[in-house]
Ligand binder design. Structure first.
Ligand code: UDP
Ligand code: MN
Length: 274
């Protein structure tokens, strides 16, 4: 039975991230989610991208860009593009839903993860770089205009210690680390690909149980080249991936080119990403 008051939510502020969002939506539907799917887009997302997203998501919702412009902090992290991630905060304004799961556009959903809706706000998995912080690529939340206003006020008055959404959300939901273990999602719901470099034995041990893989960091699947004939993925500079990441990269591209199920659309025809 479809659940109409709960939704998976993602975000794309440009066409590149829209490719990621498209894969998020396709995977959710292919794995038979009973929840709604929503993609928030901003004014820079082209009509072509919106049309492709509209064939996959129940709702394509236009939101305002929110940008920290906190260049000093983001440059320190080497990720000046992340200021716009504050736009994510608009997900709290989706009050037509009583509970939602936010997914970054750079995740690959490997199976049905509807059980995430059993969790309460604010649930998230640890960040691999600083495990007392949560990673904001996958989280369970309850839309509320009050919380939305409080978050925007926080952004205006105190900013974010990393210049992006993750720093702000960690300061705002500061009890996460210690208060309630049920709000700690298992790492397999947000398996950062960086774990391959930081803890390879654990990745080998638990990686096969992964439910959501997160291509955290500067290199995203859509930055890579994909040879559809050979079904091979390459990095732009010709180098290859860590061999443990390669299957996920390849799967992302397989999902990307997967035709959208006929029950909700015609054939998928968005142009080849370059
Ligand atoms: N995002 C976006 N446009 C951008 C940067 C980020 O739409 O230019 C959104 C997108 O949903 C993305 C999320 O914000 O997945 C967080 O950014 P990213 O995944 O690049 O950060 P990371 O997970 O690598 O820290
Ligand atoms: Mn991400």
């Amino acid at each position: 039975m479809p659940v109409t008051d709960q939704a998976f939510v993602t975000l794309a502020t440009n066409d590149a991230y829209s490719q990621g969002a498209l894969v998020v939506g396709k995977c959710l539907r292919r794995h038979g989610t009973s929840r709604q799917t929503v993609v928030m887009v901003t004014s820079h997302v082209s009509q072509g991208a919106r049309a492709a997203l509209a064939r996959v998501f129940h709702q394509v919702k236009e939101v305002e860009v929110l940008d920290s412009s906190d260049w000093a902090r983001l440059i320190m992290m080497g990720r000046p593009e992340l200021g716009v991630t504050l736009t994510k905060l608009h997900c709290w304004a989706l009050t037509e839903y009583s509970k939602c799961v936010f997914l970054d556009a750079d995740v690959l959903v490997l199976c049905n993860v509807d059980e995430l809706f059993d969790r309460q706000e604010f649930s998230a998995a640890p960040d691999p770089g600083w495990p007392d912080c949560f990673n904001s690529g996958v989280f369970v939340f309850r839309p509320s205009l009050q919380t939305h206003n409080q978050l925007l006020q926080w952004a205006r008055e105190r900013g974010s210690f990393d210049g992006g959404d993750q720093g702000l959300l960690n300061s705002f939901f500061s009890g996460w680390a210690t208060e309630d273990i049920s709000k700690h999602l298992p790492f397999i719901y947000n398996l950062s690909t960086s774990a391959v470099y930081t803890y390879l034995p654990a990745f080998q041990q638990y990686g096969p149980e992964a439910k959501i893989v997160h291509f955290l960091g500067a290199i995203k699947p859509w930055h890579c080249k994909y040879d559809r004939q050979k079904e091979e993925v390459y990095l732009g500079d010709g180098s290859t991936f860590h061999r443990h990441l390669y299957p996920f990269m390849k799967q992302w591209w397989t999902e990307y080119w997967q035709p959208v199920a006929p029950s909700f659309t015609q054939t998928y025809t968005w142009e080849d990403p370059e």
